[in-house]
Design a binder for this molecule. Structure first.
Ligand code: ZN
Length: 131
């Protein structure tokens, strides 16, 4: 893809996100995503010689996608892929619902309130087939 097309995608994504150049889901910046994967801000591996990565350089476009509704980082993409592979998407959706609808029950504050009880069928969700 031509470089100017990358810039068009990038600036269009920034317009959609109100100018925020961060992952919409986890709020990491590109620099923070690089650090997560063990790379410095300039994209070079921190322990390049030790890991044999002298020729590997991560670019901003390698760790952030600007093609969707909002910028999304490679960490969140990998987490999403892992959830899909282990069948955890339904649990993730229910957890998202709990976080949105029953936030006060998830977090400390009122110790007199009993913890959320897991519904019986929830134990079956999210397990790999055959387990
Ligand atoms: Zn993210």
């Amino acid at each position: 893809m031509a470089l100017d097309r990358h810039f068009q995608e990038y600036f269009a994504a920034l317009d959609r996100s109100g100018g925020e150049d961060r992952c919409f889901l986890c709020r990491r910046s590109a620099v923070e995503v690089k650090a997560f994967f063990g790379f410095d801000e300039d994209g070079t591996a921190r322990d390049a010689e030790h890991h044999g990565l002298e020729d590997v350089v991560l670019g901003k476009l390698d760790i952030m996608s600007y093609r969707g509704l909002r910028p999304v980082c490679a960490v969140c993409q990998l987490n999403h892929d892992a959830l899909a592979l282990c069948g955890g998407e339904s649990i993730a959706e229910r957890l998202r619902e709990e976080m949105g609808e029953r936030r006060e029950k998830l977090w400390p504050g009122d110790e007199t309130r009993p913890p959320l009880e897991e519904e019986p069928e929830a134990e079956q969700d999210g397990r790999a087939p055959g387990r």
